[in-house]
Write a protein that binds this ligand. Structure first.
Ligand SMILES: Nc1ncnc2c1ncn2[C@@H]1O[C@H](COP(=O)(O)OP(=O)(O)OP(=O)(O)O)[C@@H](O)[C@H]1O
Ligand SMILES: [Mg+2]
Length: 455
């Protein structure tokens, strides 16, 4: 019945059950190792990797529950097998406990062998999906790590994924986000992951160039085009030909320049100031802004057509305070970066520092966090960063009450929650169908619904 074969560790102190179930599983093509006690199972887990642990709860010495708990503490999530718990009627409580510790489902004794086989098939399916997902996540993280993009929040994972997808195309990208959220960093990553990576990436900071010079800066000019134009000058668009142009602070453009830009986006051509001939360009446009362009369109300060031409692929980077899960990894990343740069010995960051930084609101976002860490590293007088070595320059905001503690497995939890949400959506809210679709029992579904507070 089950198409997937797996390696299964089967633990029960009743030899008869062990033999019977072991045989049934082997008949299905699974590789089975039998253990007659919790301790023996524990030893096997240390020696070999399994896709699935089917474990009885009540065993002398070490119970199934204790074994699962131990596994949770000693094995990294990626290495843990799926778990199915077998339990006698009287101990359903412990099965619930087991699921809290990460077991996928449980079987209430006595059960039919078919029931076990069906659950095993589903558990192996889960395990396969999990390892695929982990592989993809680690691959992707490794790639984007080259560009120093750090983030494990769901929001950042989505930003990275989108950036990676859009890198494969030549579509126009509009990156939005508050100051210091990493817009430029994402823009660079997109260019460097694109097929045009060997061609230039030209940056124009629209806010930093005086209005009178910006047009010539973007499109170039010919000699004599205006007073002081003593030589012909190529513009940034011409320089970026074949590559990408990064238009930073796009929200500051004047109406006149907006119109010219719209034309380049529509026609892929422009005229340098004072020139008679039109010039063609083949360039990918990546624009960024910390302003609300949509609002500017509504206010009449940003041209609507241009907005739509720019907003082909929007990438929105949320402020750091809305993705606090990223703070710890960013702290680690910046401590390491500035430790290396300064050659200082920093062994450890005190928990209180991390807690305080997690609670802070970060109006200057990642840039402010980096500056804070850099300062702390530079000014540190010993190998431990303590609260005394941290100063928050912009500290004016109050920490939100009841800040959720850091959840290491946020990613997997999110996947779980999403899977359930989608299954329920597809089954029109019928729990029985949703459970079936996900390959878990209705009991298990009820547990997850309670866990994630889904109605
Ligand atoms: N996810 C991240 N991982 C590592 N470093 C980051 C991340 N996001 C931002 N940074 C760092 O924070 C600093 C600010 O990033 P960046 O210049 O890209 O922000 P920005 O959104 O363009 O800001 P502004 O709107 O002020 O121009 C940079 O030094 C960048 O390296
Ligand atoms: Mg920037």
């Amino acid at each position: 019945m089950s198409a997937i074969r797996g390696s299964i560790l089967l633990a029960d102190d009743e030899e008869k059950i062990l033999k019977r179930l072991g045989r049934a599983l082997r008949d299905e093509g699974h590789e089975v190792v039998e253990a007659t006690s919790g301790r023996e199972a524990q030893k096997q887990l240390g020696e070999k990797s399994f896709d699935l642990l089917v474990v009885d709860n009540l065993m002398p010495g070490m119970t199934g529950l204790e074994l699962i708990r131990e596994m949770g503490q000693t094995m990294p999530p990626a290495e843990r097998p799926q778990v199915l718990m077998m339990t006698a009627h009287a101990t359903v409580e412990s099965a619930i406990e087991a699921m809290k510790l990460g077991a996928l489902d449980y079987l209430q004794k006595p059960f039919e062998v078919e029931e076990l086989l069906a659950l095993v098939g589903r558990a192996l399916e889960h395990q396969r999906l999990r390892s695929e997902r982990q592989y993809l996540i680690s691959e992707r993280n490794a790639e984007f790590n080259h560009y120093g993009i750090v983030g494990r929040s769901r929001a950042m994972q989505e930003v990275i994924q989108r950036a990676e997808l859009v890198a494969q195309t030549k579509s126009t990208v509009l990156i939005t986000g508050e100051t210091g959220t990493g817009k430029e960093m994402i823009a660079r990553a997109i260019h460097h992951r694109s097929a045009q990576r060997d061609m230039p990436l030209i940056k124009v900071n629209c806010a930093a160039i005086p209005e009178t010079l910006l047009e010539s800066e973007l499109f170039g000019h010919v000699r004599g085009a205006f007073t002081g134009a003593t030589m012909t000058k190529r513009g940034k668009f011409a320089l970026a030909d074949g590559g990408s142009i990064f238009l930073d602070e796009i929200g500051t453009l004047t109406t006149a320049i907006q119109a010219k830009l719209l034309r380049v986006l529509q026609e892929r051509e422009f005229e340098p100031l004072g020139a008679e001939r039109t010039q063609k360009v083949d360039v990918r446009v990546i624009a960024a802004t910390n302003r609300d362009l949509k609002q500017m369109v509504a206010d009449g300060t940003f041209q609507e057509d241009l907005y739509y031409r720019l907003n082909v692929i929007p990438i929105e980077i949320p402020p750091l305070r809305e993705r606090r899960d990223d703070i710890t990894v960013l702290i680690e990343h910046f401590v390491e970066k500035h430790r290396q740069r300064t050659g200082k010995r920093i062994d450890r960051v005190e928990d209180d520092v991390v807690l305080a930084l997690q609670r802070y609101d970060w109006p200057g976002n990642v840039r402010e966090l980096e500056n804070t860490i850099e300062r702390a590293v530079v000014l540190a007088t010993g190998p431990v960063l303590s609260p005394a070595s941290i100063s928050l320059l912009g500290a004016s905001s109050t920490p939100p009450p009841g800040l959720p503690s850091l959840r290491l497995h946020q990613n997997l939890e999110w996947v779980e929650r999403e899977t359930i949400r989608r299954a329920l959506e597809q089954s029109g809210g019928v729990k029985k169908d949703a459970a079936e679709q996900m390959g878990i029992s209705q009991r298990a579904l009820s547990y997850y619904l309670a866990k994630y507070r889904i109605d």
